[in-house]
Design a protein around this ligand. Structure first.
Ligand code: ADP
Ligand SMILES: N[C@@H](CCOP(=O)(O)O)C(=O)O
Length: 322
């Protein structure tokens, strides 16, 4: 997708007068997202990104946008929300909440090398620590409660084999979430969707994390698992690439040392993150919404990854004392 809600230059020209951004000069829909309607906009002050939120509400959005503001002010490179003259960073456009944020330089690195994975691991650790004192608490809305709600919705669409995988993995994850080890895992605000398409690089230089609209409070290890399961794999098979895994985990550990409980929880967490994206892709695939442009994500990719993470022993989270 994603332009679910079209915005013309005329629409933007009148809406933008509430900001100190000068006149609107251009607007261009962005096709690659799947959750929101995104646009690159050019004003007399420069280039920005406009997002019209399709599902997130005025009640939920302050968490995401204030988190981005908190991180940007804390020196983590993320898009900074722009306030209107009244100080509001969430404003209605076509009856939906919308925001303008600064545009990050560079491009997504879709074929990452260990150097990119190390940069992402280091910044992820910095982000977790910088978000620790963020005051708004909102759960991960794509966390285990959502998995349990979504399982019966997608179940009728699955083969017997996949039904069995989903049922047994949900039982495993519910038991893991109730375990003493899980309760000891450090937590706080996490990005929760730090895929290669949500990080900008200028050459080998990381210029920022973006797309915080799945962020929520959850274990830091879940964030690491989501990130490793996308950045450090052979894209065809889903197998972990040892060099990239080590580069990312070692760089993270150097800044925020992993705990002994996290070491124990690592393999279940890799499975949990695969399950989360298998479920959301199944849901989006079987319950699609209308859109002007739509790129569906393949659920089978994460089914494959889930099976691999169950079958193969995960690489150690850290190899030195934490
Ligand atoms: N702050 C930003 N700076 C630069 N590019 C951005 C920014 N936000 C979004 N983009 C671009 O828009 C695309 C879609 O944004 P994304 O947030 O991933 O959409 P969605 O939330 O709908 O999945 C990204 O792949 C990126 O190219
Ligand atoms: N990363 C998720 C889908 C979320 O899409 P995004 O464009 O907002 O990152 C997936 O790959 O399933």
């Amino acid at each position: 997708m994603a332009v679910f809600t079209p915005v013309s230059l005329d629409d933007l020209s009148s809406w933008i007068t509430q900001f100190d951004l000068g006149k609107a000069l251009a607007i261009k829909g962005i096709s690659s997202g799947i959750e929101n309607s995104n646009f690159f906009i050019t004003t007399e002050r420069g280039e920005y990104v406009l997002t019209v939120f399709e599902k997130l509400t005025f009640e939920q959005l302050p968490f995401y946008l204030n988190l981005m503001r908190h991180l940007a002010e804390g020196g983590v490179s993320v898009p900074a929300p722009i306030a209107n003259r009244k100080g509001s960073i969430i404003n209605e456009l076509h009856g939906k909440p919308a925001s303008i944020v600064t545009k990050l330089a560079g491009h997504c690195e879709l074929a990452p090398q260990p150097v990119h994975c190390a940069a992402v691991g280091a910044m992820l650790a910095c982000m977790h620590m910088a978000a620790e004192d963020f005051e708004i608490r909102q759960p991960n809305l794509r966390g285990i409660a959502w998995w349990n709600e979504t399982m019966p919705v997608v179940m009728p669409h699955l083969s017997d084999n996949d039904k069995q995988l989903l049922t047994t993995e949900m039982a495993f994850q519910n038991a893991f979430a109730a375990s003493d080890v899980f309760k000891e895992l450090p937590n706080g605000p996490i990005h929760a969707d730090l895929f290669r398409n949500n990080v900008m690089f200028d050459g080998d230089q990381l210029t920022g994390f973006f797309d915080f609209y799945f962020a929520g409070c959850d274990t830091w290890l879940f964030d690491v698992a989501v990130t490793v399961n996308d950045w450090c794999i052979d894209i065809e098979s889903g197998e972990l690439d040892q060099a990239r895994v080590r580069a990312m985990l070692d760089a993270y550990h150097e800044i925020r040392p992993f705990t002994a409980e996290e070491q124990i929880a690592w393999q279940p967490m890799l499975r949990a993150s695969a399950l989360r994206f298998w479920l959301s892709r199944l849901y989006d695939f079987h319950m699609p919404r209308d859109a002007e442009m739509l790129t569906a994500h393949d659920p089978a990719h994460f089914e494959r990854i889930l099976r691999l993470r169950i079958e193969h022993t995960a690489p150690a989270l850290f190899t030195t004392a934490g």
